[in-house]
Design a protein around this ligand. Sequence first.
Ligand code: FES
Ligand code: FES
Length: 178
Amino acid sequence: MSTTNPEEGGVEERRITVTVNGEPQAVEIEPRLLLAHLLRQGLGLTGTHIGCDTTNCGACTVLYDGRPVKSCTMLAVQADGHEVTTVEGLGTPSELDPVQEGFTTEHGLQCGFCTPGMMMAAKALITENPDPTEEDVRWGLSGNLCRCTGYQNIVKAVLWAAEKQRAASAAANTDVAV
Ligand code: FES
Ligand code: FES
């Protein structure tokens, strides 16, 4: 659907529907709009940070159909019909995600700028590999930079989160079996 007339020098807009944190969002956007900008400016989800313009830092990492992507490197129109999860969708204040708990417990942040991207990358990692080694975690977070350089505690936080998630899965399986 177009809301702007290209013959008058405007850019033709496209209507897309993207499910963000479980909520379908129908928006009209310019095809050149980056997913990171749609999330931050269009939908007010400012937990997704932008820390570079070179696809380097990973502060903008979100889950796209469960896979981690750098939302500064993707056009929003590419998300049409897909599911995006941002850090706002990770847990709730009363029920934190194990990754959020891990970063809190192990002091996995300093200034916090890289933290949303780190947590989304970590979530994808421990979903795919519930029992990662330290090396697995370092590799899984290799696309994310922490300029405060507190990597040691970030790695500990992810290992803590993986252990917590395994324990929760084991408990859930026991409940089902009973
Ligand atoms: S803002 Fe996306 S990689 Fe830096
Ligand atoms: S905690 Fe400051 S950039 Fe990572």
